[in-house]
Design a protein around this ligand. Sequence first.
Ligand SMILES: Cc1cc2nc3c(=O)[nH]c(=O)nc-3n(C[C@H](O)[C@H](O)[C@H](O)COP(=O)(O)OP(=O)(O)OC[C@H]3O[C@@H](n4cnc5c(N)ncnc54)[C@H](O)[C@@H]3O)c2cc1C
Length: 535
Amino acid sequence: MIDVPVLIVGGGPVGLTASIYLSHFGIPSLLVERHPGTAVLPKARALNARTMEMYRQIGLERAIRGAGMPERFGHMVMWAESLAGAEIKRLEPARGAASQALSVTSNCGCSQDMLEPVLRERAEAAGAGRVRFGTQLVELQCHDTGVVARIRDGAGQEEEVSARYLIAADGAQSPIRQQLGIERDGQRDVYDSVNIHCRVDLTRWIDDRPAGLYLIEQPELRGTFMTINGTDRWGFLVTSLSHYGYTPEQFTPGFCTEVIRRAVGCQDLAVEVLGVGAWKASALVARQYRQGAVFLAGDAAHEMPPTGGFGLNTGVQDTQNLAWKLAAVLKGDAGEALLDTYDAERRPVGQAVTHSSLLNALSMGRTARQQEAVLPRKEFLNEVGLIFGAHYRSAAMVDDGSRPAVDDAVLQYVPSATPGCRAPHVPLTRDGRSLSTLDLFGREFVLLTGPHGMPWHEAAARLRPSLVGFVIGQHLQDENGRFLRSYGLAPGGAVLVRPDGYVGWRAADAVDDPAAELAEALDRALCRESFGGGA
Ligand SMILES: Cc1cc2nc3c(=O)[nH]c(=O)nc-3n(C[C@H](O)[C@H](O)[C@H](O)COP(=O)(O)OP(=O)(O)OC[C@H]3O[C@@H](n4cnc5c(N)ncnc54)[C@H](O)[C@@H]3O)c2cc1C
């Protein structure tokens, strides 16, 4: 019997990221993935800046950018009748430009078949035997104190695994979610599609107009070239199949070649079909993200149309929220109730992005045959608010009565250190070297104070688990004078930032007894009965 604190089922991007995060927090886990290797089809490519902030935190930003498409393809998407034919529209997504100002990092186009090997290598490097591909979960029993699972490897060998917690990152069909009887709400089978992975040199049609997506609009065919390397490897998605009289079975290599030639507008183009996958876009969110010892993450929790590119992003962000909480509970630093805040914080996010992705798909006319090009609603690829603006409300957040000032939660993001919000990016310097506030977060709770915040800083040193404290203006320099304004603090104020980079508590100014206030704030942020603030 294998005994492990956390069992992860599913080795897609979400399961692999969960494994990396748990290791980052010092928690061993076992990940099982039934396939022998990582994704063979490109699927997701748009990693948003919030996701790249996470991957920066765990030291993966450079490797992912190295595996991604050339940066020049990341600033535009365009519509055309064919690549050789008339152009219909160009769109420069606002969320790309906005990210540059709002974050220390930026979006990255990295196709899923290139991303997953990077994640797998890092997950495996954390410890021998932590990641087992070619191994399937075949039986699961859930108890009050954990789970007992039976896993089977490719040779048919079976083993039992006992785990305190289980992360079900087993995809949209999630056998675990189904076994637990967790229902989903939303719209099923919004449209159908095939994803064609191909080798075809499109350089002569795209080199002077680099784009992340080339949407092709013809009366007989609607499809999208998805940029992978910007030269000879592409994804081509044919959408709304049934409305145009196609069936997935038709998409033999010969037919795929014909369709791609039609979309390019070149009848003798050399095309090599590398793979084809049929899928249906649905917009469905689980009614609960936790049941006992089991947590749903990624597509298992929320399945959404890829119109907007949020599925993978939302899923990997789930794991960041969950992993530090599991670690804190397993280490005895937090109350078990902290784990309930995963559902309270992440399910509303899953609902919002799924709904927005559905509205994008509907606005693009994906549910009917179109005679003319149908352009998307204004929110498409401009969802700055959805990317940065989640406002968590849960028992782990100490509400200070303030609210982020936005009128449109999809489009707008106003940096705010209101408890429940992502701690804003502010450029700082240390010994003359530039860094961001975001570079301070990621492993422990962090206490940031204004220049008169030394009493908070001294109080933090006596708490458990230990807080990392920085007095901005003493330990770090705020040369542009942005910190206090962005964080809503007077010079004597303080803010407590969780390992996931979200603000848990804020005191706008100095108080009489910082030790007592801080101890209470930490108890609440960790959902524990008071430890008395002592060491
Ligand atoms: C065409 C297309 C384009 C997309 N573009 C984007 C984009 O630009 N940006 C974005 O964010 N998202 C995008 N997405 C969505 C993204 O691909 C998914 O959200 C993402 O793959 C979900 O990851 P996951 O790890 O939750 O699930 P999956 O990738 O589905 O992985 C689940 C894994 O669990 C394994 N598994 C299941 N059951 C078991 C079992 N019993 N035992 C062991 N293993 C098991 C499966 O084999 C599978 O590998 C796109 C999707 C498509 C189809």
